[in-house]
Design a protein. Structure first.
Length: 156
């Protein structure tokens, strides 16, 4: 093998070795940062933040006791309210929405204000207990529709 071939071979091997790292960086960079407004004393909100981080989202948690004002400012309908409100990619995410639904929202970019899982369904991301089936609701203006059905953090 010539010296030139050895150099080329080394460069190719180094480039191939770096591919998994580059793919990971690209995957992480592709997801916009999420800002979560949450009550400072809420453990399930911390669980939801951990769920998002486990799906490679860059999460900033802002603790506030003025969640009702945040929800009103961001246009969350009262009947869709939950215990925390997030902002990501120009959307509002209300409640224990699974990361896979947030990812889908950011890929599909529907004409909507946001996505909500009203209340605090048992077994949803961040919540304990035996998982129950629940719906994620896409909302905006006067329209609403079911965006997905889930049990735990998995679509059903």
């Amino acid at each position: 093998m010539t010296a030139r071939n050895t150099i080329i071979r080394r460069r190719v091997l180094l480039a191939l070795a770096a591919l998994p790292l580059m793919r990971g960086e690209a995957r992480a960079a592709a997801k916009p940062a999420i800002t979560v407004h949450k009550d400072p004393n809420c453990g399930c909100c911390n669980g939801w933040v951990a769920h998002l981080r486990s799906h490679d989202f860059d999460v900033t948690a802002i603790e506030t006791t003025a969640l009702d004002q945040v929800k009103a400012k961001l246009g969350v309908p009262a009947d869709l309210a939950a215990c925390h409100t997030a902002e990501v990619g120009g959307y509002v995410v209300e409640g224990h929405v699974p990361a896979v639904a947030v990812e889908r929202l950011l890929v599909e970019r529907p004409d909507a204000r946001g996505l909500a899982v009203p209340g605090m369904p048992a077994g949803s991301p961040g919540m304990g207990g035996e998982p129950e089936q629940y719906e994620a609701i896409l909302f905006g203006g006067s329209s609403r529709r079911v965006y997905g059905r889930f049990k735990g953090d998995r679509p059903v």
